[in-house]
Design a protein around this ligand. Sequence first.
Ligand code: GDP
Ligand code: IMO
Ligand code: MG
Length: 440
Amino acid sequence: MPGIVLVGAQWGDEGKGKVTDLLAEHAHAVVRFQGGNNAGHTIVRDGRTWKLHLIPSGILQRDTLCLIGNGVVVDPKVLTDELDELRSRGVDTECLRISANAHLIMPYHLLLDHAGEAKLGKLQIGTTRRGIGPCYADKAARLGIRVQDLLDEKILKKKIIAALEPKRLSLRPFAKDPRLDLQTMTEEYLTYGHRLERYIADTIRLVHEQLEQGNNVVFEGAQGALLDIDHGTYPFVTSSNPVAGAACVGAGVGPKQIDEIVGVIKAYGTRVGAGPFPTELDGPLADEIRERGGEYGTTTGRPRRVGWLDLVALRYAARINSLTGLAVMKLDVLSGLERIRVCTRYRGAEGAEFEDFPYHQTVLHHVSGEYVELPGWAEDITECREESELPPAARDYLQFVADFVNVPIALIGVGPRRDQVVWTPAGARMGGVATSAGAR
Ligand code: GDP
Ligand code: IMO
Ligand code: MG
């Protein structure tokens, strides 16, 4: 530390919430830098389960500054609801700050997300329908409305009119929808503005203050590398950059301020929504892993597609993120499988072999995984807290992964609870050893 970026290195839902919560114990600030409430980050702590969508996963750690950076898209209704829920469950939310430059998800973004998916029919992306894509599109088109605009009625109204103008045609089917009434929308958003005003801040100044004092800052990513709009399986991606480089843009720091980059993965693979997934499984084994891993979307409740660990994709993710450590979560879910497969190569439709993640969409849609089979282990590992307590086959599995992608493993998840984690020496740099000792 002090600057540590945490990103998903697969297709999202790797367990980022849990790892962020753990790292937050040693951090003065946690900053979300991209995405919006398409994310669903779960933390299981003291027998209670928390599902966070917008608020950084450091919020349960008392006195940790939690910043929603400029790169995030904020649905103020979701944010105020999330604040209310946390408060009603006794969480102190006073350490939250929201960038005045973050963009707002507006009611028309939700409608356009739904309409866009309906229009695509069979070709739909399977978005979370939270308005993420249309909001980032407006940002790029310079028609976005930002958090700071909530504080000025005249500016807010003017910007809504300007943003609605080019959408008249696509919004025609919703002409009578009361959510699109200019006055109603303005009043609703002004009300959010009143509620959120005390949290709105210059988050860039705040993050730099922490870094200048030598304090630890965790940059929390949402989604995962393969959902990245530039580097993922386009067009079956989200509309932001979940890769580590985006932490700089979405939080307002320079690359030199990043010291560690943790890629969070599951010991297998999952994906929600449509798009290529070369190692996807179906049938009873897929059902078994889905049930044991509780693989149902945190945000939408959709069953997640499951598959073997894809090391071709992971090596690619390690490169584009410059990962310095891996957090391998949900290793416990694989316990009891006689043999475990890992994909080390793709084979294309015409027999071509691919060692590297293919850039061509058609190729990617037709590849299947080629596997190395490793022995499984029968033992329950949920009570292991030291690497040496893990069965040899589990350790071999982890070593194979680390060697293949050439990134050391920093921590291993052996159950959903906060204390169900094994830190390795590589994790010590991130405060791991102290956390593990403190958690017991
Ligand atoms: P995120 O979006 O990356 O934060 O991940 P999600 O919260 O969407 O999904 C991860 C799920 O796995 C959550 O239900 C977590 O409680 C759970 N989880 C995290 N780590 C582990 C682990 O090591 N073992 C098991 N069994 N579950 C875990
Ligand atoms: P966390 O942070 C898994 C997926 C959607 C869809 C695609 C585009 O919890 O890991 P969007 O609504 O972003 O336009 O949908 O991206 N997706 C996620 N999948 N975890 C997430 O977040 C996701 N956020 C978006 O399922 O395929
Ligand atoms: Mg999730």
